[in-house]
Ligand binder design. Structure first.
Ligand code: ATP
Ligand code: MG
Length: 597
């Protein structure tokens, strides 16, 4: 995709100079070792995420700085300082220790986004146990499946979630020794259900002092399940050294400054909710907004305005929904505190980037990464012009490339077994040179699958992309989603973005359907904006619109209207499900499917 327009960098918004002012210079001088030096490390050597996220601030003059500013479902605000977060998480670490839960044991968390989540997450890491967050919206089967794969020893949840989602599968989880319940408004005197413990009582009885034991940077710290967009979710293992990546990317890709108010809207059950909802902002000592409620356009604008959010990390689906809510709603709010907005999880349509500039007053910076990479890998930075539709350039310290495939989809290897890198503009698989701190160290219980992610000295992302002459990366699609039609390789994103430019379109999912002549043809499922209704005329108009923009070879042959595209609970369009339904095939793993409310 040749860039049609460029949004010039806006350095010095609110007089704040970005942490990285010159991409090329930072890249040339970057060493992970230096990033590691910016952290404390443990007194006796070693590295522990919780120490960097909270202990070192609690022992400094940032002790009384607000770490968490929480809004519950009813809009009630509470704050927790770094000192208080340190003390509360010490108590949780002592609770685990008192229950005989040791280093390496898995602690699963099934909680809404609230302060308790942070206390539990940090206490778990202090105890050197492994944190594994789950989506609170999961049903019993996905919970059982993940607790089973992870052999969870402890589950922390609420009485309601326990009753509805865990009690029925508890007997199938022999490794699960303790279920700790966080109050969800029920009176403290209500007895905990059989086989569970009331966490509030345990925390009250525990000591607020805790010393983190020796932690090797390679010790397992986090177990994150992938979103399951392409199949059964995998459990990606991350280690304490990942905090070095969280720190570096928080500085460079999110441009966090110490006095920032920061809001990450990702669900805690997704890797972004931990890497950038918990760890990166705390490591930088900023104030994090923790909003318990789900998406609501008016409420989100209120949160941005009332909390004075400076740095905002969100996702394309949410941004598209804000666009749908209309520019008037945005204009009714004072969003001038916003300095830097970033997006991840799905391709960010150029239309949305420009909408950000025009309506929010700040362009939106797309970035790319995966559960497996543990942290941001390719990004648009504050100091760099944005090419709308591009994911940006590799993080300093990250060596990214595009690899060439043969007809069978295999990576082309050179005579020395090194993978052959594609030329500028050529479509291929986005690959990364292994070795950054937050890279996953395995898929739990699936060594073969882990090995299959590497070839010719590269980590293979499974995503197709191309690189332009200035080193900007352009997303084409997931390897599995790419459409092959009459010898063309068509990325769903390109087609979806073109249709998004039509005034009636709120969201689009594009798939390939088999065609005897062409191999596959492009089919689009379109959700219309409020105020538009499906009609034959509109369908023809959209077909013509796409044809003019994309050309006949790439434009959809077929368009259907669909008011509810299937999404994962993390907000991604599940194209494989659109395809399975279209072809009457089994739907496969739907544990992360968001059910329409
Ligand atoms: P699974 O691996 O189980 O199929 P998943 O790949 O959706 O699920 P995640 O690790 O949560 O699970 O998502 C990472 C993927 O999301 C990337 O590989 C990419 O396909 C997509 N993605 C993330 N950010 C972007 C982006 N900025 N642009 C385009 N795609 C993105
Ligand atoms: Mg994936």
């Amino acid at each position: 995709m040749v860039p049609t327009d460029v949004i010039a960098k806006t350095i010095g918004v609110h007089g704040q100079s970005p942490n990285m002012v010159d991409y090329a210079a930072e890249r040339a001088g970057f060493r992970w070792q230096d990033a590691r030096q910016a952290l404390d490390g443990l007194a006796g050597g070693g590295l522990n995420i919780a120490h960097e996220a909270v202990v070192r601030h609690a022992r400094s003059d940032r002790r009384d700085h607000v770490a968490l500013r929480c809004r519950d479902r009813h809009g009630v605000r509470t704050e927790m300082t770094y000192g208080a977060l340190d003390e509360r998480s010490n108590r949780f670490a002592n609770v685990l220790d008192g229950l005989g839960i040791g280093p390496g044991e898995r602690v699963f968390v099934l909680l809404p986004r609230n302060a308790q989540l942070y206390v539990v997450a940090l206490g778990t890491l202090k105890n050197r146990s492994v944190l594994s967050p789950l989506f609170a919206a999961f049903g019993p089967e996905p919970i059982r499946q993940r607790l089973g794969i992870g052999a969870g020893s402890v589950l922390v949840t609420t009485p309601t979630l326990y009753r509805h989602k865990v009690a029925s599968v508890r007997e199938q989880l022999p490794a699960l020794r303790h279920v700790l319940l966080v109050g969800d408004g029920a009176p403290r005197s209500t007895p905990a259900p059989p086989g569970t413990l009331a966490l509030a009582d345990l925390l009250d009885a525990a000591s607020g002092d805790f010393t983190i034991g020796p932690t090797d940077p390679e010790d397992m710290a986090l177990l994150h399940f992938t979103s399951g967009t392409t199949g059964t979710p995998k459990g990606a293992i991350h280690v304490h050294d990942a905090v070095v990546s969280h720190y570096a990317t928080g500085r460079i890709a999110l441009d966090l400054h110490p006095d920032d108010v920061y809001w990450c809207t990702a669900d805690p059950g997704w890797v972004t909710g931990t890497s950038y909802g918990i760890i990166a902002p705390l490591v930088h000592g900023v104030t994090t907004v923790v909003d318990e409620s789900e998406f609501d356009a008016e409420r989100w604008y209120q949160t941005l305005e009332r909390e004075g959010v400076n740095v905002w990390y969100t996702a394309p689906t949410a941004l598209r929904m804000l666009m749908q809510a209309g520019a008037e709603m945005a204009a009714a709010h004072d969003l001038r505190a916003l300095r830097f907005v970033a997006s991840v999880g799905e391709p960010l349509n150029p239309e949305v980037v420009r909408w950000g500039r025009d309506v929010l007053g700040v362009a939106i910076h797309d970035n790319w990464w995966q559960t497996e990479t543990g942290g941001i890998m390719v990004a648009n930075y504050a100091c760099m012009d944005i090419r709308p539709g591009s994911m940006g350039r590799p993080l300093p310290g990250i060596d990214a490339t595009i690899l060439t495939h043969d007809d069978q989809g295999r990576i082309v290897l050179g005579p020395d077994d090194r993978a052959v890198e594609a030329d500028v503009g050529v479509e291929g698989e986005l690959a990364l040179r292994p070795g950054w701190p937050s890279m996953f160290r395995g898929f739990l219980g699936d060594a073969a699958r882990y090995r299959s992610c590497f070839a010719g000295g590269w980590y293979l992302s499974g995503d197709l992309a191309r690189r332009d002459e200035d080193g900007y990366f352009w997303f084409i699609g997931r390897g599995d989603d790419v459409i092959k039609s009459a010898g063309h390789l068509i990325g769903p994103f390109e087609v979806e973005s073109a249709l998004m430019e039509h005034e009636s379109v709120a969201e689009v999912g594009v798939i390939g359907v088999p065609d005897a002549l062409l191999g596959e043809v492009v089919k689009a499922f379109v959700t219309l904006k409020a105020g538009y209704s499906a009609s034959v005329e509109l369908r023809l108009d959209l077909l013509g619109f796409a044809r003019r923009r994309l050309g006949a070879a790439v434009a959809p042959r077929e368009i259907v209207f669909d008011p509810h595209l299937p999404h994962t609970k993390s907000g991604k369009i599940m194209r494989r499900l659109l395809k399975a339904r279209e072809l009457g095939l089994p739907e496969g793993d739907t544990s992360t499917l968001e059910l329409p409310s």
